[in-house]
Ligand binder design. Structure first.
Ligand SMILES: NC(=O)c1ccc[n+]([C@@H]2O[C@H](COP(=O)([O-])OP(=O)(O)OC[C@H]3O[C@@H](n4cnc5c(N)ncnc54)[C@H](O)[C@@H]3O)[C@@H](O)[C@H]2O)c1
Ligand SMILES: [Zn+2]
Length: 365
């Protein structure tokens, strides 16, 4: 039989770079952005029920008043909505409304909206443009930049997804005013994470101003956000598809994922990350990787920000260990941690001997 090998030579020639704009009140300038860049193409805002009520309707009205062709779709707020049924319902509504390849989706909301709307944008008509307008601190500091979008599966969180970068990100610190305190703290946990992992100067700034940050000072938050986003962008630029280096952002997250899962997701991501960071730092100290003084510094900052640092009581050990092993499978059958060597210096791919994990669990009883 004839045999041939036919090469399919693909080169990425599209420039998918984008800008993240941080400015108080920037949500109000979206109509102007669309008028300049989008012309008569259609805009679909996707949001959740809370954010739709707080900011979505106002944005929709402003876009319409500017003569733009905009519609809004929402789904019930909360992690429970990050599923295939919600995504499929959004697909159906968008197709029903006549979405086209040149339309644009605006993800207006927290990390859940960003992940769901981003995944819808990545999949509808094989992928269309989308814009992130993050409205929680967590989404502003972390999830809206980097292009990871997706949903949960009964087998675990974020198991179905894609890499789909937004075409622009608009970060408005003013919307944080309406954010519940617990949600605000969830975002602070991710801010501490990135500082502790890669930037000791940012960590120092957070350390010195913890009290003011906690009270939600808009200007200070804005400037810390800018730095945190710059750091995230730099990591994403070096490792867009999570081939290795991006794992520095996983500090605190290996334990956090297991804490979230074994609590049946009653402990939210940000809180779990705070607990995970404290415990992973303790492990790093016990392994002789991190100085005790740095460990104490980290704990002090987290306490000053009102973040939980105690490893939670694990009601089901098997569930916890199973969740940890799920992370292990995902990374080639080895349980790898991202641990701190110092403040602002995380190292990836550290194997942690089991006794250290058991020590944590025993301490939590
Ligand atoms: N894609 C990524 O890179 C990435 C990174 C980190 C986290 N995530 C995902 O992000 C999700 C968590 O995101 P989250 O913490 O933003 O939760 P969320 O999106 O559920 O928002 C939290 C709550 O705050 C409400 N809300 C949002 N903005 C508000 C505002 N300005 N005022 C008042 N209420 C507001 C929401 O309606 C919701 O009830 C998780 O699913 C996590 O997996 C993704
Ligand atoms: Zn996180």
């Amino acid at each position: 039989m004839m045999q041939r090998t036919i090469p399919v030579r693909l080169k990425r020639v599209v420039n998918r770079s984008y800008a993240v704009r941080v400015e108080v009140g920037i949500v109000d300038s979206l109509p102007e952005f669309f008028r300049r860049n989008w012309g008569r193409r259609r805009i679909f805002i996707i949001t959740d029920t809370n954010v739709g009520r707080l900011y979505g309707r106002r944005l929709l009205r402003a876009l319409s008043l500017s003569g733009l062709d905009a519609s809004m779709l929402d789904f019930p707020a909360g992690e429970e909505s990050k599923n295939a049924a919600v995504v499929f319902a959004l697909h159906s509504q968008l197709l029903g409304l006549g979405i086209r390849r040149d339309s644009c989706i605006v993800a207006l909301g927290g990390g859940v909206v960003g992940d769901v709307a981003g995944f819808v944008a990545a999949t509808v008509l094989r992928g269309i443009s989308f814009i992130q307008v993050p409205t929680t601190l967590l989404a502003q500091v972390d999830s809206s930049v980097g292009g990871k979008v997706g949903i949960d599966h009964p087998k675990g969180k974020n198991l179905i997804g894609a890499f789909h970068q937004p075409v622009a990100v608009f970060v408005d610190p003013a919307v944080l005013k309406t954010l519940p305190v617990t949600e605000f703290k969830n975002g602070l946990a991710e801010m501490v994470k990135i500082a502790a992992a890669v930037d000791k100067r940012l960590f120092g700034r957070i350390e010195r101003r913890a009290g003011v940050i906690r009270r939600g000072n808009e200007r200070l938050l804005g400037s810390l956000l800018v730095r945190a986003i710059e750091l995230k962008a730099a990591v994403v630029e070096k490792d867009e598809f999570d081939a290795g280096l991006r794992a520095v952002l996983n500090f605190g997250h290996t334990l956090a994922h297991a804490i979230e899962a074994s609590s049946g997701y009653s402990i939210k991501h940000g809180a779990a990350v705070a607990m995970g960071m404290a415990s992973e730092a303790r492990i790093a100290m016990r392994m002789g990787l991190l100085r005790e003084s740095d460990f104490k510094r980290l704990l002090l900052v987290m306490r000053a920000l009102g973040l939980p640092v105690k490893f939670p009581r694990i009601t089901s050990r098997p569930k916890f260990l199973f969740a940890l092993s799920a992370d292990k499978k995902a990374s080639g059958n080895r349980l790898k941690f991202t641990l701190l060597k110092g403040i602002g210096h995380a190292v990836v791919g550290v194997e942690v001997p089991t006794p250290f994990i058991l020590e944590l669990l025993n301490g939590s009883r």
